[in-house]
Design a protein around this ligand. Structure first.
Ligand SMILES: [Fe+2]
Length: 487
């Protein structure tokens, strides 16, 4: 089954902080939007990495009085074409097109209830060759998983064709997948979305975006409960033909990559696997439109170059203080913990992002002075001082070279390594964050970097706790003082 990530969707109460981060700080272009009776959706994109920031209209909070992002949307862009028929279709939609909200059954009638909303990354939209076949596979797992059956959405311009799509529920937390089949579509993005003309935007809106390079989503990571990772892997294998990916020498097929001590994590990685191509769905059912078939085959020919990778992270049993347990608590259940964006130039990209105001986590100071780590960084020719300045992690143990299944042309390259850096939480709770990753031949994930990330999360949480304790102490001291004075 051929598939690739189409976009990742966030549901937020206030789009402004996320828009600020994605657009102004991380340099993604604001390329389009869609407005329906239920929501406003903003599209941010860099090459093949596309985010949709969705705000439900009955959820829009008054948290930020400078709620100016929608003004930028409608002030700087204009619909690419007159589209009255599309608007009519929107108003006829009983359920929202393209998505189903993660918080659909919640009542947001009062400000108090709105404030309880948990911002979340809830939809990984996947482009597939044949959505009907894909939905049938899902139905074989369980009929309840199909939240919106295959629906055909025409563009307002009939010459641009249509998109078939469906929405399915995943087996992890609040995550859904919108499945889109675009083999008969020649329009922009998806029907109903409007492109924004970037040239009309003031140049000052994007700081130094020229030298930030991010090409695609490298992976996304689920945070799940103890013992759930096998069930999730089984689900993705049955639904999409994904296979277990051995990520480094310490990773075991059954146990996963187990990191004990103060980290307390188990990771299992999956990716789309070439062997599942044997069951490739034929496009012959579209023989009524040869041109479109040719176009779709050209599109699909490069799909293998960016395999969809999913990391499933759970805590080791009987631990309550891990970053995964912290995520589940703050998020209100399992879900997407982070998304990795691939860059071809880590140092420049991170330098510009830092100058733009992105706050990255830094590993413990000893990370760059440990003898082994220092040797690794020097041996691959990277600059220790620069990595330390920005908090960039480097790992050369991110592959299993002796595994036949995972072997690549790069396997005889002694200098395979990867660099990673992680932002602080994107939302107002300690839940979702972003990662920037550069792969220099390495295809997996190394223990050193996972450990360093976990330790920097722990240090951040400890600092937060200390700060809270300090504030509580100050507040109780003030109360006592006031009581004394009133006596
Ligand atoms: Fe990651």
């Amino acid at each position: 089954m051929k598939l690739r990530m189409h976009h990742i969707e966030l549901c937020v109460a206030d789009p402004n902080p996320v828009a600020e981060l994605l657009h102004t700080q991380l340099g993604l272009r604001f390329v389009g939007y869609r407005e329906s009776a239920q929501c406003l959706q903003l599209i941010f994109k860099m090459e093949k990495a596309t985010f949709i920031v969705t705000t439900r209209k009955n959820l829009q909070c008054q948290r930020n009085d400078n709620n100016n992002y929608p003004d930028i949307v409608f002030g700087s862009g204009s619909p690419t074409k007159s589209d009255s028929s599309n608007l009519l279709e929107l108003t006829r939609d009983v359920r929202e097109s393209w998505t189903l909200f993660c918080c659909d059954d919640q009542d947001f009638s009062s400000q108090e209830r709105k404030a309880q909303h948990v911002d979340s990354v809830f939809n990984v939209a996947i482009e597939v060759v044949n959505v009907e076949d894909c939905v049938n596979s899902i139905r074989n797992i369980s009929k309840d998983l199909v939240l919106k059956d295959v629906t055909r959405r025409f563009d307002s311009d009939p010459e641009l064709g249509y998109v078939d799509y469906a929405v399915i529920k995943s087996c992890c937390g609040n995550v859904v997948h919108t499945l889109v089949q675009k083999s008969h579509y020649r329009g922009w993005f998806l029907p109903g979305f409007y492109a924004v003309n970037q040239e009309e935007k003031p140049a000052s809106d994007v700081k130094n975006s020229g030298i930030i390079t991010m090409s695609h989503f490298d992976h996304f990571t689920f945070a799940c409960r103890v013992g759930e990772s096998d069930e999730i892997m089984d689900w993705y294998e049955r639904a999409f033909g994904m296979k277990r990916f051995i990520t480094n020498r310490q990773d075991s097929e059954l146990e996963g990559l187990v990191i004990g001590d103060d980290v307390g994590l188990r990771l299992k990685v999956m990716q789309f696997w070439k062997c599942s191509e044997s069951g490739l769905i034929s496009t012959s059912s579209h023989d009524d439109d040869d041109d479109v078939d040719d176009a779709s085959n050209n599109i699909y020919s490069d799909w293998e170059s960016e395999p969809l990778k999913i990391v499933i992270a759970e805590s080791l049993p009987n631990l309550t203080n891990t970053q995964i347990e912290g995520f589940i608590k703050d998020h209100g259940g399992p879900g997407i913990q982070h998304v990795g964006l691939h860059t071809s130039n880590m140092l420049e990209t991170v330098e510009v992002m830092t100058n733009n105001g992105v706050k990255f986590r830094h590993p413990p100071p000893t990370y760059y002075t440990e003898i082994g780590q220092l040797d690794v960084i020097k041996s691959v020719g990277e600059n220790v001082a620069v990595l330390r300045e920005y908090g960039i992690l480097l790992d050369n143990e991110a592959d299993v070279f002796d595994s036949l299944e995972n072997s690549t042309e790069n396997d005889d390259n002694d200098e395979c390594y990867l660099m990673q850096i992680f932002t602080y939480p994107v939302f107002n709770r300690d839940t979702f964050f972003l990662e920037v990753i550069q792969r220099k031949g390495a295809r997996g994930f190394g223990v050193g970097n996972v450990t360093a990330l976990a330790r920097s999360v722990n240090a951040f949480n400890q600092a937060k706790l200390l700060e809270m304790e300090k504030m509580m102490n100050v507040s109780s001291a003030n109360t006592e003082k006031n009581e004394d004075e009133s006596c």
